[in-house]
Ligand binder design. Sequence first.
Ligand code: GTP
Ligand code: MG
Length: 173
Amino acid sequence: NSALTSIKLVLLGEAAVGKSSIVLRFVSNDFAENKEPTIGAAFLTQRVNMGDHTIKFEIWDTAGQERFASLAPMYYRNAQAALVVYDVTKPQSFIKARHWVKELREQASKDIIIALVGNKLDMVETGAERKVALEEAENLASQEGLLFFETSAKTGSNVNEVFLAIGQKIPLK
Ligand code: GTP
Ligand code: MG
């Protein structure tokens, strides 16, 4: 059978952590070294087959630049799932991620599924210094009941897994 479930999903996180790159990897299995900052937000969709079920992700990729901050509630307000993204080499981006989790818990739908995503793991694997400890992120995830992954949009590592894990937590119609 071909039952179809749609999931409204939003990506939040500081500018340049790789939100659009994660979406580009998931939707087109592609990567761009010099991706331009998102203006406002971008909308993309991707279908994934899970057993006899198809999930259609309806993805709002928001802009991280501060001047667009006031738009975010419009995109997370009726989202069923959120990716809160930080850069494992940028401690400030993890502080921002904590703020996003708090804001979602206070303002978004009560049953929203949140995945905390530490991106740019490839940089650590090729010699850059890790600035956000795995344990620190795992602690936040367990305290707040978040899914948690470290990813690389550049290599594709763990990107599909984030979306599949969300798909598995959504009640199917
Ligand atoms: P805003 O739209 O401004 O909020 O930024 P964003 O979070 O969408 O970041 P974007 O995807 O545009 O990526 C910013 C820069 O980081 C680009 O130059 C990407 O090529 C690079 N980048 C994104 N993901 C990765 C990754 O996993 N590894 C590495 N090495 N670079 C990455
Ligand atoms: Mg972007």
